[in-house]
Design a protein around this ligand. Structure first.
Ligand code: AMP
Length: 216
């Protein structure tokens, strides 16, 4: 299965993407995680991307298309993938279509996770993220874990989870990624899913939406 997960920052894309990929036994491909890794390891891409990420802006399309294209062309994606955070613009979606077309395959569906603005702001204000494995932690869980991830990494606030950047990311989502919802809807690929409620409930709704509902 080839699934794209769309959703505003803080909608649970990362957490649900990991769970869905495990369920489908395909890689979870997160362009945000790839950029954070590039940044942490000090690559040229990381240096370039950081200027956009910390302000809550999108990294330019040409960089992102190259990055995602290279990752999706690897053998482990042959049987499918869950794409989280890509595409984010109609141009990226068109390039993704071309890439898949060249490989003789197509997307199975696009899941749009829906969470209201107030809930998103509350989630992101308290979110902490592991600097080693990127796992997101809600405020209460991060406090209970005394700032340490189960992998041993340190929990910290992502620079782009600061209020100013969050507000910009939400605007960018509405302005640029919002168009994608219509674009995929016109192609009958879109499945809107309520992203509120507990983790398991949301995972079940997503599984249902992509057609793998029922017991795992
Ligand atoms: P995420 O972890 O998906 O919220 O991504 C974090 C940040 O990485 C975004 O706010 C963007 O600055 C950048 N980013 C990730 N994926 C993309 C993409 N497909 N296009 C442009 N920028 C991206």
């Amino acid at each position: 299965m080839r699934v794209v997960l769309l959703g505003a920052p803080g909608s649970g894309k990362g957490t649900q993407g990991v769970r869905l990929a495990a369920r489908l036994a395909v890689p979870h491909v997160s362009t945000g995680d790839m950029l954070r890794h590039a940044r942490a390891t000090g690559t040229d891409l990381g240096h370039e991307a950081v200027r956009y990420m910390d302000r809550g802006e999108l990294v330019p399309d040409d960089l992102m298309v190259g990055l995602a294209g290279e990752r999706l062309s690897r053998a482990d994606c042959d049987a499918g993938f869950v794409l989280d955070g890509f595409p984010r613009t109609v141009f990226q979606a068109e390039q993704l279509d071309k890439l898949l077309e060249r490989a003789g395959v197509s997307l199975s569906c696009v899941v749009a996770l829906e969470v209201g603005r107030d809930e998103i702001l509350a989630r992101l204000a308290g979110r902490r993220t592991c600097s080693a494995c990127n796992r997101p932690w809600p405020r209460a869980a991060a406090q209970a874990a005394a700032g340490r991830c189960t992998c041993g990494g340190t929990l910290a606030q992502r620079p782009d989870d600061r209020e100013e950047a969050v507000l910009r990311r939400l605007d960018v989502y509405v302005e640029q990624t919002g168009e994608l919802i219509d674009w995929y809807s016109r192609r009958s690929l879109l499945r809107a899913v309520d992203g509120t409620g507990d983790l398991g409930q949301v995972s079940s709704r997503i599984a249902e939406a992509v057609g793998v509902g029922g017991a795992p």
